[in-house]
Design a protein around this ligand. Structure first.
Ligand SMILES: [Zn+2]
Length: 220
């Protein structure tokens, strides 16, 4: 089986999405890539995460041609491919319809740096213009808005996309963005949340580059 480890990572992080409350049923999708071989493992369309096994995960090359798999890949395969092709630093992608991020996406309201944890995604989380799900237009909008530096974007009237060097990192960013989105919604219900300045966010983003990396500890 091609990309066995990556397929297992897709299964594991699909379950993490459910357990973390970032999605329900078959909502959202996720992928990870093997940059050396130019391949991507992506969740299939319409299979609940708790029923997913590694064999169900679809492997395609970065042109989108099927390499191995019996099921249809996620309908959002277009923006996954577009992001890997645009950015060599991306190794994992998580797409969710998590409630608070999607609430802001429906307001077309970007997430400002009202909490330092937004730094995992960048100095803010911008909104990609609306495109019908599963279309080239949506893939184009996501790619354009993600640009060269962002690690998350809201999809207008749809949800959230987070990227990372690998799937755990992309998952972590999706989780932190959902947390900040919730705080932003709640804070606005009481008053006007205060945003951190550009200098402070630059400092936070710099610190996050080495955050959680422990010297002299063997990797898992
Ligand atoms: Zn979606």
């Amino acid at each position: 089986m091609v990309l066995e480890e990556e397929r297992q990572a897709v299964v594991d992080h699909g379950m993490r999405m459910v357990r973390a409350g970032l999605t329900t049923g078959t909502g959202g999708n996720l992928s990870c890539s093997d940059r050396v071989r130019g391949l991507m493992a992506i969740s299939p369309s319409g299979v609940p995460y708790d029923a997913l096994n590694p064999r169900d995960v679809v492997v395609v090359n970065l042109d989108g041609n099927l390499v191995e798999g019996d099921l249809k890949p996620s309908s959002e395969i277009g923006f996954h491919l577009a992001l890997y092709r645009q950015r060599a630093d991306i190794g994992g992608i998580v797409h969710t319809h998590s409630v608070y991020a999607t609430t802001l996406a429906c307001l077309h309201r970007e997430i400002p740096p009202i909490h330092y944890l937004i730094g995992f995604a960048g100095p803010k989380v911008p909104v990609a213009p609306y495109g019908t799900f599963g279309t080239d237009a949506l893939a184009h909008n996501v790619r354009q808005t993600m640009g060269a530096d962002h690690h998350a974007v809201l999809l207008a009237n749809h949800g959230l996309v987070a990227v990372g060097a690998d799937l755990p990192q992309a998952f972590n960013t999706a989780e932190e963005v959902e947390f900040v989105a919730r705080i932003f919604c709640q804070a606005q219900a009481i008053g006007d949340p205060v945003a951190l300045g550009e200098d402070e966010m630059a400092r936070v983003i710099e610190k996050f580059k080495t955050y959680g990396k422990q010297d002299n500890v063997r990797g898992r």
